[in-house]
Design a protein around this ligand. Structure first.
Ligand SMILES: Nc1ncnc2c1ncn2[C@@H]1O[C@H](COP(=O)(O)OP(=O)(O)O)[C@@H](O)[C@H]1O
Ligand SMILES: [Mg+2]
Length: 424
């Protein structure tokens, strides 16, 4: 089977690494990929939103399956684009159609979906410029802190946690009437704050059957001890120690099954990954959000724990017989440390030569923001590398991943040395 992966981050590197291990994987293409993905397949310099270019690529390389890494092409309807074109409609796309992608593309849609299917979530209401006054009234009743969420995609920056009603009013005005997050904030979800510990669970579904993939926890803040600015993710751990069998059963019964059944009953086709972002509130799971794809850097610690053939599993998604496929998950623990560029998440250094990767001993290095410059691998993104170690226990996994990250060097190199230590 010839496979095309769309994307260029650590997530796509991990997918390429995993798919390339399958005896069923023929040609593997990654568009646009990075310096690391070329170890597992062939990079092609086509962007993830260039649907016409992707169509040509798929036809000229006899591609049999397309795996979409990031959310943007899904929310823009790449799957629908394939289905609407006689030349490519037979080629399975892993990732939902536009309607299903609304679970991530519109926070208002996803909150309404949760409400319709009695999925536990924070209380919320949605407002627009026209209903600003009602919004103000609601802010006064919901309790502090107050969570404001831009409805549309905002690259992980559209959620604000306000400590006072005044602050929330000001932000609501800016979001709704001054387009603080562009069109994404023309609708705002005002939400009750949930107290607890966050985690993520991933589901693979063919729209009818599903498999629950390993849980993971990610670390968003730039600084050790979860301080400083938010980032795309500084590390992850899988599984999550506090997500024991009993808690996972609650997640499956209260969230996963109603989600799959809800999609079915609303006739929303969905083939792909569902990222379920959760809060553990005193032993009960509450939804924070859905994403319509895998997380990054969670994928880098989730995939190494999947022992089964991922090509086989994805074929099950494509063919609608996922129930007949095997999912075997390793008992080992994976820890991922993300190495970032100096200055990130602000303005950051670029084009720095990376050395020392050959010295890594007990980890897999997944590339994120890297490119080739002659024979050198150089940094081109804020998140540069994701270093994952799979070990018998969490402590060893964390130590090994951290030690291996230290063996790699580039100017301005930074990573957190405390990933996962809160879970020990
Ligand atoms: N209701 C809530 N209560 C407490 N924290 C929240 C709530 N909603 C979101 N958050 C925090 O804000 C972060 C971002 O919100 P999320 O809904 O995941 O949006 P996005 O990932 O699209 O930015 C979450 O990871 C969580 O830490
Ligand atoms: Mg989120």
């Amino acid at each position: 089977m010839n496979i095309l992966i769309l994307g260029s981050g650590g997530r796509e590197s991990a997918f390429a690494w995993k798919l390339a291990q399958s005896p069923k994987c023929g040609q593997l293409l990654i568009a646009p990929g990075n310096a690391g993905t070329s170890q597992y397949g062939t990079n092609v310099n086509i962007g993830v939103n260039d649907f016409a270019g992707i169509k040509q690529l798929v036809l000229s390389n006899n591609i049999n399956m397309v795996l979409v890494g990031p959310e943007e092409p899904l929310v823009r309807g790449i799957h629908d684009f394939f289905l609407a074109d006689d030349a490519i409609k037979h080629i399975p796309v892993i990732g939902p159609q536009q309607e299903g992608a609304q679970l991530e593309g519109s926070k208002d849609f996803s909150k309404q979906f949760m409400a319709r299917h009695n999925i536990p979530a924070a209380k919320s209401q949605t407002f627009t410029r026209e209903t600003l006054q009602e919004g103000f009234e609601y802010l006064a009743t919901i309790g502090l802190p107050i969570v404001l969420k831009a409805d549309g995609l905002a690259a992980g920056k559209g959620v604000l946690i306000c400590l006072s009603v005044q602050e929330a009013q000001q932000e609501l005005i800016e979001m709704l009437t001054e387009a603080k997050f562009g069109a994404a904030s023309s609708k705002v979800v005002v939400e009750q704050f949930l107290q607890g510990i966050e985690l993520s669970v991933f589901v693979l579904t063919d729209g009818s059957n599903y498999k629950v993939l390993p849980s993971a926890k990610d670390y968003k803040r730039i600084g050790e001890g979860d301080t400083g600015l938010n980032t795309g993710g500084m590390g992850s751990v899988s599984p999550v120690p506090f997500a024991d069998a009993e808690f996972l059963k609650k997640i499956e019964d209260r969230i996963i099954i109603p989600t799959i059944e809800g999609l079915k009953s609303e006739k929303i086709p969905y083939k792909g990954f569902i990222f379920i972002g959760l809060m553990n509130c005193g032993g009960d799971p509450y939804m924070i959000e859905y994403n319509c794809r895998m997380g990054d850097p969670e994928t880098e610690s989730v995939l190494p724990r999947i022992e089964s053939d991922l090509v086989d599993l994805l074929s099950g998604v494509a063919e609608g017989n996922l129930n007949e496929k095997q999912l075997v998950i390793s008992d080992k623990i994976a820890a991922t440390v993300v190495m970032v560029a100096g200055g990130y998440p602000g303005e950051y250094l670029k084009n720095k030569v990376i050395t020392g990767m050959e010295n890594v001993r007990g980890s897999q290095v997944f590339h994120a923001g890297t490119s080739m410059d002659g024979d050198n691998v150089i940094t081109t993104g804020g998140r540069v590398l994701a270093v994952t170690s799979l070990q018998d226990n969490l402590f060893d996994a964390l130590q090994q991943a951290t030690a291996d990250a230290s063996r790699i060097y580039y100017d301005g190199m930074y990573f957190r040395k405390d990933i996962g230590f809160d879970l020990l």
